[in-house]
Design a protein around this ligand. Structure first.
Ligand code: HEM
Length: 350
């Protein structure tokens, strides 16, 4: 007996499978990095090139997880009048973009609680649980009412982001470029900047600014994911969600893990996981995609903001899109240079 499945039904089925692809990719995120660590800490049996190539491929695979989740979120976000399950799947795909900071945050918290090995179970369990909630979403009645959020919130979010950029972020990111010159150059600039951002007035204001950005950004993303959005808006939301988790994880690492729990300075050695470094340590390797996407997303999130402002002021869509794409390319370059500096590349002026 043959069961005939017609083409539209097959298509609908394939589309449904896509709902689960992002949580599945996030669930698997630690595996290529574990493989990378196993490879680079074992001597090559024969051809060293094959060994290095395989390690490089595994690292690339880990980088592809947030990219795949982003592409899926873009696809799911373009569905008009989404069902509850489709809406839920697009939100979980956006969440999966943030798999690197979620894992690092979990690692730091579990380490402080003395239960670090549990992360290997809790992290996949979280994604399995999220995937199951997608499966059951269409069984619940749709309760989402799409109400636009006030334009003043978008403006306030943008102005606050600009303020944080001017007071701290531009200098903080620029500081990381000094790693390419050397540790002394990085440390000199960091100590100089601390006179500003570590003062009793600026530091609490800065942290309040970041938390306000997180809360307002989350609220807007929640509203936007209820309706269909274009790829650029989805990128803006995905980068924002990544930054949300990155900031929570990063502030926890600097203020709680380093300063309070370990009682060490959050200096170059802390950031680069010395003495093992970022590449040769089983946990530090997770910091490579984590930092790369942080720099990439924070800069390209600003490019998304610039595009929105250009469109609101009557710029041609092609110009605004061009600025966004150019901003993304520059962000990728900046992230790569910073990571190369953190992993040992040095520029010498002769
Ligand atoms: C390669 C990427 C990054 C690295 C390696 C890094 C590293 C660090 C380090 C070492 C500190 C401690 C500084 C000190 O003790 O003076 C710090 C502080 C901080 N970073 Fe980053 N950072 C990165 C990217 C970012 C990004 C993209 C953001 C924002 C989205 C950010 C936000 C912050 C904040 C809010 C603090 C706390 C400042 C304070 O009050 O002391 N960082 N970061």
């Amino acid at each position: 007996m043959f069961i005939r499945v017609d083409a539209p039904a097959r298509h609908a089925h394939a589309q449904q499978l896509l709902w689960y692809a992002a949580p599945l990719a996030a669930l698997l995120y630690p595996l290529p990095l574990m493989g990378f660590h196993a490879l680079i800490t074992s001597p090559p049996a024969s051809g060293g090139y094959v060994h290095t190539f395989a390690a490089g491929l595994l690292l690339l695979l880990a980088f592809l997880v947030p990219v795949l989740a982003l592409v899926l979120a873009m696809h799911l976000s373009m569905i008009e009048n989404p069902s509850p399950a489709q809406r839920h799947a697009r939100r979980i795909a956006l969440l999966a973009v943030a798999a690197p900071p979620m894992f690092v945050f979990g690692g730091a918290v579990f380490f402080m609680l003395g239960i670090a090995p549990l992360l290997a179970w809790v992290f996949p369990a979280l994604w399995i649980a999220l995937a199951i909630t997608i499966a059951f979403s269409d069984k619940a009645p749709s309760t989402q009412v799409v109400t636009p959020h006030p334009a003043s919130l978008r403006i306030a979010h943008g102005v606050l982001a600009l303020l944080v950029l001017l007071v701290f972020l531009a200098a903080h990111i620029a500081n990381h470029f000094f790693g390419l010159i050397g540790v002394t150059a990085y440390t000199t600039v960091m100590k100089l900047l601390r006179h500003i951002y570590r003062t009793p007035v600026v530091e609490p204001l800065l942290l309040a600014g970041f938390f306000s950005l997180i809360i307002s950004g989350f609220y807007m993303a929640w509203k936007f994911t209820a309706q269909s959005t274009d790829r650029f808006r989805t990128f803006q939301m995905a980068s924002g969600i990544y930054l949300m988790f990155f900031l929570i994880s990063h502030i926890d690492a600097v203020l709680i893990l380093a300063r309070r729990f370990l009682g060490i300075d959050s200096d170059w050695a802390f950031a680069t996981g010395a003495p093992a470094g970022l590449i040769h340590d089983a946990f530090n390797i997770y910091l490579v995609p984590y930092y790369w996407f942080a720099v990439f997303f924070v800069l390209s999130h600003l490019a998304s903001g610039a595009r929105a402002v250009m469109l609101a002021h009557g710029s041609q869509k092609s110009h605004a899109d061009g600025v966004h794409i150019f901003g993304m390319a520059l962000s990728a370059l900046a992230a790569t240079l910073i990571l190369l500096g953190m992993t040992g590349l040095r520029i010498y002026w002769i």
